[in-house]
Design a protein around this ligand. Structure first.
Ligand code: NAP
Length: 285
């Protein structure tokens, strides 16, 4: 007789809004199943007002933690019992984990991003680039890039105030980093100077979103990354049209998820299982 499946004894959440597109529940539940960890990963689509009570509820539930996504990576920090230094100074938490009755925050986005680059990671050393965005994901990626051996980068964001805040935080930590804030229009003019462009805004999440920046002036060797993973965005389409080396956000989703999984369970994540689920989920859309 077939043995009955293990009963769920712990919960892990993903907190965000909107959550229709998230592939994390399928990826994490497959990882739990494959290592026979009897846990369940659940999406919780919440409003800003619900962030605090939901975290309070998690403290009294059999819950091991959560992922945090758009737009709450900054908001959760105030309500946690502690935040690891880099996530704290960058103001971006994507992973909450539990120690005793307390909840702590960290970010796996930056290291997940670096791991997703594969052979391109080596090209960061001594390079100059452009980062689009200054939200939660952009901050984590900026921290990872700043520590990766790059000479420097410019940050272009819709809100110039947020870009300048991020520049100040980076300058405070990385004294030799050449970092500054520019407008999107200025960035388009400066494109020939950049070895890479990383698109970390949410422009492209919705079908029909325009490209946040024209790549017309990019040099043919400039490599392009878009953190969005649900579809080929207008930005990546333009990069394909220009035959620029390019990467979507699926690898980052995989690696940040694998790092979160290890943080919760203490186990090495089953990368292949997780990757297959992501490819299958995207293929069936
Ligand atoms: P967030 O904290 O809400 O930040 C959103 C960013 O997008 C801000 O820089 C914001 O600029 C900009 N933005 C939003 N709407 C815009 C518009 N209409 N025009 C120009 N700029 C606009 O979100 P996040 O957590 O950083 O996520 C950003 C993106 O990264 C999302 O698409 C998310 O799916 C993706 N992501 C992917 C991964 C992965 O694993 N591949 C991981 C994390 C995030 P303002 O500051 O001016 O509002």
């Amino acid at each position: 007789m077939a043995s009955s499946p293990p009963k769920t004894n712990q919960l892990v959440f993903i907190l965000g809004h909107p959550l229709e597109h998230t592939l994390s529940p399928a990826m994490q539940n497959a990882a739990f199943k494959s290592l026979r960890v009897p846990w369940l990963y659940l999406p919780l689509d919440i409003s800003t007002e619900q962030v605090r009570p939901v975290l309070q509820m998690m403290r009294s539930l059999p819950a091991q933690g959560a992922n945090v996504t758009v737009p709450y990576k900054g908001n959760v920090i105030t309500y946690l019992d502690g935040v690891e230094p880099e996530a704290n100074w960058l103001g971006s938490v994507n992973t909450i984990y539990r120690k005793g009755g307390k909840l702590f925050g960290t970010s796996t986005d930056g290291e997940g991003f670096l791991r997703s680059l594969g052979p391109l990671r080596k090209k960061l050393k001594g390079s100059r680039g452009l980062l689009l965005g200054a939200g939660g994901a952009a901050k984590a990626v900026a921290g990872a890039l700043a520590g990766s051996g790059v000479l420097g980068f410019q940050i272009a964001n819709r809100s110039s105030r947020r870009a300048s805040q991020l520049v100040r935080a980076l300058r405070g930590k990385f004294k030799r980093l050449e970092v500054g804030a520019v407008s999107i229009r200025e960035a388009e003019k400066l494109l020939p100077q950049f070895d890479w462009v990383v698109q970390a805004t949410s422009v492209g999440l919705k079908h029909g979103d325009p490209s946040p920046l024209s790549l017309k002036a990019a040099s043919p060797s400039t490599w392009i990354v878009d953190l969005i993973y649900h579809r080929e965005t207008s930005f990546l389409k333009e990069a394909r049209g220009r035959r620029l080396p390019r990467l979507g956000g699926l690898g980052m989703l995989l690696h940040q998820g694998a790092l979160s999984f290890s943080r919760w369970t203490g186990k090495k994540a089953p990368l292949k299982v997780m990757e297959n689920v992501l490819l299958h989920s995207l293929g069936s859309r």
